[in-house]
Write a protein that binds this ligand. Structure first.
Ligand code: GUN
Ligand code: FE
Length: 455
């Protein structure tokens, strides 16, 4: 019989489609030495009892307790790691003012590596404790501090995709916080890519360099072009902000006479490995371009409520074949939890569908067919994120990484309201998605390794 590194036994929830959740009731998950789910075995399978006999009682056999469930680890497609230091503040001012009066000053402090280490250690720990196993991070313009964030992810076992932020446009960025020149921005990015690729060789779960023009206003044409070339040369992921706010959208129209999507495409910045945050003002041509190039949208529902005063039409973009994942957008969004963001995604979609202007007749108030279910929000936080990154993560399925959260619904201090032992598991799943707090997340595993435990 194959020797597995670990076997887990228990009930798991994983996305089957964008709308359907599959329940794997009391299955075995057989993990190989690389941390990949090599085999999933149902209780009806002939191997089930043979495996149990071989592994039960061994140190590498893990059986869930009563009331515990597996979820895939969450994939946060948009985190500004340095902004953790200001999470929850200043959300009542517009994006442009928020960037200039709060965000750029705080990000400029990351030239200090000691300050950077304190914040980055804490944000990675916090995300792990909230069930986030993979995070796509914006760091700052500083090459050394950005590398430090990648090292912290590597050490803690989190699958971090990290970008040194590029902001070289002297017309849009303050003197105290920007790349010195376009040449240094590109040279630093290239050195950063090479260093993170080296670092990745020392990790099991992988860390990845990400080409990161902050957003079009931050960058000169030469930087955008150079970054597109670097992404192609090193086959990296790419991230930016796209069509986020009225102000930013208007700026790009004035500069290029086109929308962000087509401008980014002209610079080679839309690819299978691109993730664009927000995308509130994507029209149908932009969406078609995203679908054609394999570019993913990162939905940031909490942040959008504040900075875009907007809800992006997720259901419509899905119907056009665009890949979509979920992002916290710390600290444009205040919460480090993708549970919170999944909840907001559902609530915002209901408001988009039904509208809020009571003076209009009901049928004219909102955008029809916009609502998404909690199943779809779960998909965004898991499988949708994995597909957006083109990585085998986000599902508890064969050939995917064992990235998992163990949820305890019976914890004395944070019990979920489950009173019937035979409650339908679909209902248990919904209670988990709506009511879980960090206390209920007992363990987090990434690539077959335990990275967080509350025991
Ligand atoms: N656009 C450019 N930079 C930022 C940022 O830090 N946060 C958000 N939400 N939007 C941005
Ligand atoms: Fe952002």
């Amino acid at each position: 019989m194959t020797k597995y590194a670990r076997i887990f036994q228990g009930t798991a929830f994983t996305s089957k489609t964008q709308k359907e959740v599959e329940i794997l009731h009391n299955y075995l998950f057989c993990i190989n030495a690389s941390g990949i789910i090599e085999k999933i075995v149902s209780p009806e399978d002939v191997d089930y009892h043979t495996l149990l006999e071989a592994y039960e009682g061994e140190e590498n056999f893990h059986r869930l307790d009563d009331g515990q469930y597996f979820l895939p680890g969450f994939i946060d497609l948009h985190v500004h790691a340095p902004q953790w230091a200001q999470a929850g503040t200043a959300l009542d001012i517009p994006l442009y003012d928020w960037l200039n009066t709060y965000t750029f000053p705080i990000e400029s402090k990351f030239s200090d590596l000691e300050f950077a280490e304190n914040v980055y250690e804490d944000v990675v720990n916090t995300l792990l404790a909230n069930g986030t196993t993979t995070a796509l991070y914006f760091a700052t313009v500083h090459k050394e501090a950005s590398l430090l964030l990648a090292e912290i992810c590597a050490n803690k076992g989190q699958r971090g995709l990290v970008g040194k932020v590029v902001m070289d446009n002297p017309e849009q960025n303050p003197t105290f916080y920007r790349d010195a020149t376009t040449q240094t921005a590109l040279a630093d990015t290239e050195e950063f890519i090479i260093a993170v690729k080296e670092l990745a060789k020392t990790t099991k779960q992988g860390v990845y360099p990400v080409v990161t023009p902050r957003f079009i206003p931050s960058c000169t044409d030469d930087a955008l072009k150079g970054l597109g070339e670097l992404a192609a040369k090193y086959d990296t992921h790419i991230q930016s902000h796209c069509s986020e706010s009225d102000w930013e959208h208007g700026y790009v129209q004035d500069r290029f006479q086109k929308n962000d999507a087509f401008a980014l495409h002209d610079f080679g910045l839309l690819s299978k490995k691109s993730v664009m945050a927000h995308c509130n003002f994507l029209n149908d041509d932009d969406a078609d371009l995203f679908a054609k190039t394999g570019t993913a949208v990162c939905h940031c529902p909490i942040s959008n409520a504040y900075f875009a005063n907007s809800v992006i039409p997720i259901a419509h973009l899905h119907s056009k074949g665009v890949e979509i994942g979920l992002g916290s957008d710390i600290s444009g969004g205040f919460s480090p939890s993708l549970f919170d963001n999944a909840r907001q995604a559902v609530m915002s979609s209901r408001m988009l569908e039904d509208g809020v202007n009571p003076s209009l007749p009901a049928e004219e108030r909102g955008v029809p067919a916009s609502r998404i279910t909690i199943n779809e929000a779960f998909y965004l936080a898991t499988a949708g994120g994995g597909e957006s990154l083109s990585l085998p993560i986000g599902r508890l399925a064969e050939n995917y990484a064992w990235d998992a959260q163990i949820i305890d619904t019976k914890l004395a201090t944070a019990k979920l309201p489950i009173f019937d032992e035979s409650e339908d598991l679909n209902d248990v799943f919904q209670k988990i998605m709506y009511l879980v707090r960090p206390e209920n997340i007992r363990e987090v595993w990434i690539q077959g390794e335990r990275v967080h435990s509350r025991k």
